[in-house]
Design a protein around this ligand. Sequence first.
Ligand code: FAD
Length: 239
Amino acid sequence: MKVGDEYVLNGHKCFITSGGLAGMYTVFATMDRSLGAKGITCFLVERERAGVSVGKDEDKMGLRLSNTADVIFDDVHIPVANRIGEEGEGFKIAMKSLDRSRGVNSYGCLGIAERAIEEAVAYAKQRVTFGRPIIKNQGLQWMLADMQIQCTAARALLYRCAEMIDKTGRYDTQLGSITKTFVSDMCMKVTTDAVQIFGGYGYSREYPIEKLMRDAKIFQIFEGTNQIQRMVIGSQLQR
Ligand SMILES: Cc1cc2nc3c(=O)[nH]c(=O)nc-3n(C[C@H](O)[C@H](O)[C@H](O)COP(=O)(O)OP(=O)(O)OC[C@H]3O[C@@H](n4cnc5c(N)ncnc54)[C@H](O)[C@@H]3O)c2cc1C
């Protein structure tokens, strides 16, 4: 709501990464819901501003070292100077930000998969059953080979993304969504297979592998789920 030369913000947003730690929030809010995406405006809101508070921390299955919290706005007065862009430009700004982050943020996800492969190979070399290390079994080697193939392909896709940004300065919507989806789906499969290679110990907290699998899952969910990424890619193909 706009009152004079100030905006008054009410509402709350769950699942904010570092929501309990941040000193400043980027908030997308609407003054008229009937306008849909065209009604959204972007604001910078300082943590210390009256009416801003932080709700509960999420108790998550993975990414447990990252704070995720609710942020609550109760009659928060925001000066026009805190508006980013023009009124109604918020959705465009949000989509542009996601174009920038989706591809390159997948580096962390690639790192999880690479660590899972390293751990799985090391374990498979030292775990002996029926008189030989389990890595000597072709069935297991093929699993590891598939993990390595997928991970190497994901790395190449990420490099392609980074190369395009370096060369053109452009963040391509479709390539960002393709990269985010491919890398996170790969990471989920690779970490799940790594747990399998560890056998019973894969399911135990004694080894780090179950943590990698729990951490991998969120990359298929945040910044737009992988179903939403497929919608983005599909709608681009229709154009
Ligand atoms: C750890 C964590 C950190 C986060 N950090 C942030 C943050 O910093 N800032 C922020 O704004 N948000 C953040 N989020 C929110 C996150 O981006 C959303 O949870 C995510 O985009 C999914 O939205 P949702 O939870 O509303 O799921 P829903 O929209 O309720 O989706 C539920 C399921 O339905 C599917 N679905 C929904 N619509 C469709 C459709 N049209 N077609 C096909 N399938 C569909 C989804 O893919 C999903 O599988 C975070 C979430 C988590 C868990």
